[in-house]
Design a binder for this molecule. Structure first.
Ligand code: ADP
Ligand code: MG
Ligand code: ZN
Length: 381
């Protein structure tokens, strides 16, 4: 006879984030890197992959990638090398994507998230690599159309370690990551326009077991909320699979927003073999420590530092500091007020109350509000 004991499962989650850089031009050609143009308006022989065309790296992309790497506490690889990731699909006119395989520009970083008990948890970043985006397929009743405007848009793929243990932790990681990226001003970070995209890798394991369970990869979430819901759904689904005595299968699943569930996209058997090899049209090169240091000097005070400084310097509550760091301009506004007015709490209340509701309602920045720090101080005194 067997005695049944209830197994508790622990979720294990790792996220892959694709970030589109908002450079003026594409990664390997001079085409405009803009969203919303007429289909195929921003294309040339290079990003269309025509025979004989050659890519040239946009230096801004390298600078942005190093900047993000540094802000995420990564080691920067001074050996810059690109590789071809081969696949055949109509959104990819060259039939390969230029990416980085064995020498990602950045490695071994981390992002902190706050836990319920007030502790900080480090979520390690495995790697971040530069690559080009693919085009866009539009499936119409008349057939499928292809728009190559997005082809060759610069991307950074940021891969976390599987350190996340709940959907909430994944949500917090994304929120903190996005804020850092916004501070760096390297991307619009707009999930709706696809300039920030996230795939979630999810598995569960019996609590106490070290070995990871089989993961599924979730795609197609277009908000952080959807990422959270998708992960929660997947944890429940996998738990039910294991409890019914079956095995979780390694597969890619799509989040279906209307149905609120994940559905099978492809199984492991259909997984790609990308046959990576060095990109012969882009010669590897090295960047020196000086180059990296110059970029380090351009880093702004980052959200976490800002938060800690506000709490330390102004004895502000965690709540108020948390609100202000959402936008560095709000912190600047606060600090301009506090120079001539000593009631920190009152300034914070004014900013987080009437000012922010006006800003949000009118979708404007604090600088566009017709109120200066002097005027606000005048109102308060
Ligand atoms: P793949 O080769 O399938 O792309 P990777 O090893 O590159 O897998 O990992 C991709 C992402 O999946 C990373 O964020 C990693 O932390 C995460 N990951 C890997 N294994 C697991 C697992 N068993 N459960 C959850 N996440 C995982
Ligand atoms: Mg992967
Ligand atoms: Zn082009």
């Amino acid at each position: 006879m067997t005695t049944s004991t209830q197994t508790t499962y622990e979720p294990v989650i790792g996220l892959e984030v694709h970030l589109q850089f908002k450079t003026a031009t594409k990664i390997f050609c001079g085409c405009a890197n803009v969203f919303g143009s007429d289909p195929n308006a921003n294309v040339c022989p290079v990003c269309l992959g025509l025979p004989g065309s050659l890519p040239v790296l946009n230096e801004k992309v390298l600078q942005y990638a190093v900047k993000v790497g540094l802000a995420l506490n990564c080691q920067i690889n001074n050996f810059v090398k690109f590789d071809r990731k081969n696949y055949f699909y109509p959104d990819c006119p060259k039939n390969y994507q230029i990416s980085q395989f064995d020498y990602p520009i950045a490695r071994n970083g981390f992002i902190n998230i706050s836990m319920e008990d007030g502790q900080t948890k480090k979520i390690r970043i495995h790697r971040a690599h530069i690559e080009e985006d693919a085009g866009k397929l539009i499936h119409d009743t008349d057939g499928s159309l292809v728009d190559y405007n997005r082809t060759g848009t610069p991307l950074l793929e940021i891969v976390s370690e599987a350190d996340l243990r709940s959907a909430q932790e994944a949500y917090d990681y994304l929120t903190n990551l996005k804020l850092v990226l916004q501070y760096l001003e390297v991307s619009d970070c707009d999930m709706e326009k696809g300039s920030l995209r996230c795939d979630a890798n999810v598995s569960i394991r019996p609590k106490g077991q070290e070995k990871f369970g089989t993961k599924t990869e979730l795609k197609n979430m277009n908000s952080f909320r959807a990422v959270k819901l998708g992960i929660e759904y997947e944890i429940t689904r996998q738990t039910q699979v294991l409890e019914s005595g079956e095995k979780v299968l390694q597969e890619t699943r799509l989040w279906n927003e209307e149905k609120g569930m994940t559905v099978l996209m492809r199984s492991k058997e259909e997984a790609h073999d990308y046959r990576y090899f060095p990109e012969p049209d882009l010669v590897p090169f090295t960047i020196d420590a000086l180059y990296i240091d110059e970029i380090r000097k351009t880093l702004p005070e980052l959200p976490e530092e800002k938060f800690n400084r506000l709490v330390r310097e102004y004895k502000m509550s965690d709540y108020d500091a948390g609100v202000l760091v959402q936008d560095p301009q709000w912190v600047m506004f606060f600090e301009a007020c506090v120079k001539s007015y000593g009631d920190v709490k009152k300034i914070c209340n004014w900013i987080s109350g009437p000012l922010l509701s006006e800003i949000n309602e009118r979708k404007i920045s604090i600088l566009q509000l017709n109120i200066t720090p002097e005027k606000l101080v005048g109102l308060m005194t």
